[in-house]
Design a binder for this molecule. Structure first.
Ligand code: KIV
Ligand code: NA
Length: 265
């Protein structure tokens, strides 16, 4: 199958075909997502939460992101793989940001990177895109800023905040982003941004008007316990499925029905 590139993503925006993205952190899962036909896999810093068990995304390091991303890249033949630059590896100094992005590209073989923020990281985004690296932006509820927000609630819910969001969005387009993730903002605000932009918006908790959708794969498969925001559609309950399988295995070993005659040498 033909590789998904920035050109393919741009065409999808033009033709109105919705873009599908899921997160991925490991080889086995990424292989399934790719073979199922997902267009983009985000190696999200949400690995800090769903893989490593931290409360926030702040602790994950660039080396750890590179480890996850290289596993994903080895699994994927068609999807475009995008890697989050983690907290502290791009804010403040555009040169450092470029260095981080280059490390990801060289050491993982991914097709692009994602960064959180708007006007304040414009120079960094410009530097990275000018080096030939595709960049996805991320606005709205940006989890690396959780300590400033104070909670994981809806963003841009008043006119003032929506206005600032528009300015940040414009800055990212000017800086050369080829797509922007919009997280947890009103559908109407996401619709305005989407309709006025030539680059695609990819929403999570941002409504149906976005050009694409993204979910955290562990959440949509029902692996994550006690996380059910209303934007999340859970397609499976892997938590229950795996619990049942493990209980069955325990029973089978305890009562000596595993291994059977056919399962031994
Ligand atoms: O890290 C992540 O999973 C993300 C998505 C929620 C967009 O950034
Ligand atoms: Na992220």
């Amino acid at each position: 199958a033909k590789r998904i590139t920035t050109a393919v993503i741009a065409e999808m925006k033009q033709s109105g075909e919705k873009i599908t993205m899921l997160t991925g952190y490991d080889y086995s899962t990424a292989r399934i997502l790719d073979q199922a036909g997902i267009e983009m896999i985000l190696v999200g810093d949400s690995a800090a939460n769903v893989f490593a068990g931290y409360d926030t995304t702040l602790p994950i390091t660039l080396d750890q992101m590179i480890y996850h991303a290289s596993a994903v890249v080895r699994a994927v033949k068609r999807a475009m793989v995008i890697v989050d630059l983690p907290f502290g590896t791009y804010q403040g100094d555009p040169n450092k940001a470029l260095e981080s992005a280059i490390r990801v590209m060289k050491e993982t073989g991914a097709q692009g990177i994602k960064v959180e923020g708007g006007v304040e990281i414009k120079d960094a985004v410009e530097k990275i895109t000018q080096a030939g690296i595709p960049v996805v932006g991320h606005l709205g509820l940006t989890p690396q800023s959780i300590n400033q927000f104070g909670n994981f609630g809806l963003r841009a819910s008043n006119d003032g905040e929506a206005h600032v969001l528009h300015q940040n969005f414009a800055a990212l387009i000017e800086a050369g982003c080829f797509a922007v993730v919009l997280e947890k903002i009103p559908a109407k605000v996401a619709q305005e941004l989407t309709n006025h932009a030539r680059i695609p918006t990819i929403g999570i908790g941002a409504g149906a008007y976005c050009d694409g959708q993204v979910l955290v794969v562990n959440d949509m498969l029902g692996l994550t316990e006690n996380f059910k925001p209303k934007f999340l559609r859970q397609y499976l309950n892997l938590h229950n499925e795996i619990t049942n399988a493990v209980r069955q295995y325990i029973m089978d070993v305890k009562n000596s029905s595993f291994p059977s005659e056919e399962e031994q040498y």
